[in-house]
Design a protein around this ligand. Sequence first.
Ligand code: NAD
Length: 482
Amino acid sequence: MGTTAGTAHQMFVAGKWADAADGATLPVVEPATEDVLGTVPDAHPDDLDQAVTAAAEAGPEWAAAGWQRRAALLRELAARIAERAADLAVLDSRDSGNPISGMRYDMASTPSEILYYAGIAGEAKGFTSPTGPDTLAYTVRQPYGLVARIIPFNHPFKFAAGKIAAPLAAGNCVVLKPAEQTSLSAIELARMTEDLFPPGVLSVLTGRGERVGAALAGHPAVPRIAFTGSVPTGHAILTAAAPHIKHVTLELGGKNPIIVFPDVDPVAAARAAITAMNLARANGQSCGSCSRLFVHDDIRGPFLDALVAGVEELRVGDPLADDTDIGPLAFGRHYERVLSYVAAGRREGATLLTGGGRPAGRERGYFVEPTVFADVADEMTIAREEIFGPVMSVLGWRDVDDVVARANAVEYGLTANVWTRDISTAHRLSQRLDAGYVYVNGTGRRPTGTPFGGWKNSGLGKENCLEELLSYTREKTVAVTL
Ligand code: NAD
């Protein structure tokens, strides 16, 4: 499946397998070896036009099919994914560099996301308003028709399959644009749904963000854009969408704080902080990675000892090996970027406690050791900017008001994590933190159905919940004079 060297993959446009209209391709590079495995199409705006036309043709029947029918098809998709989980995990691990254990977790959790939306599909409904005896007023929710789903590289299949469920359940067609670095499993998703959804309901367009991604964001016949990715791309999408007043939702980056109080077991908190970095799932390339660790001065020593010991236990290596915790970063440019942050940490005076470079014996591949900096000051680059790699920054604190202000003093507001045994402190801080999702004594795992989405520059709108389903519909009021 998809990983034979030299394969020229095609994309799925308007119910057919296709190359880019102008024949352009992009290389598929295996992050662990830097070998070129094949190519994917670099979709042309004309390919998008075809997908849009097919969706316009398929849309009315798809919307009229009813939520029960769409939910049944989504349940079938979930079953197919569960059946194919093992090979999909290998495909994503090889294509993205994420460890196979992490990709098995992705595949195990994706069907339940799809089943969640299949289960609530009938909730995209309206209500009646209280009126006088001579009027009946009610609302209906109607799909947009076509939704663009633009996704990043860090959880390739999980995002591809999980993020089409809500817009499809609500009765829309979808154009999915995977990240150019990790497109193979989205192509596989198209293959798995080819006989499931009517032609035109799902198109998968591979290619560069600045080409087909930008064309999607600005296309006048794509009224609804749901984007997951970086803040700069979020800005570009909002700008491209503005002339058409599109409905745009954005799931963007994070620079998420953990605030550790002195009343907790420092060893347990340090272990949790490692899990919350998503080191052993996506090599720390996670929007939810808690990369700013505010540790109370009174437990600094034991916390740092446990943190460094835990990080040094992580095995960096072949992403396909069962005992690997951390694989290579997803692509060369990103690898250089992460290392430039490590260099900035050193240059600006943080103390490097472990990691910081390429692991010994790894001459090829985009491998970076898991890295811990201590004595990090708020104004340092590594404390302010999202690194999106296996780099943790430990900062100290003494005063609660001060640490809350410091935790909030970045452009991001995706998640925050509070570690304390004092229930009042936990709830008070949860109110005061500028973040769309607060964990208390957590490790970054989220129960299904809980709204996720950032504040400030971390995003617009909520996903993984009923609000997401509703966001793929337009509300209409009908007022009837009796
Ligand atoms: P990115 O913004 O570079 O790319 C994401 C997607 O956008 C890709 O498919 C890319 O091709 C496309 N794109 C690029 N330029 C575009 C343009 N001008 N118009 C339209 N599409 C364009 O992000 P990335 O490097 O792939 O992913 C990392 C970022 O994603 C991090 O900032 C991370 O925090 C964020 N992220 C957020 C969440 C969340 O749920 N909040 C989840 C995962 C990742």
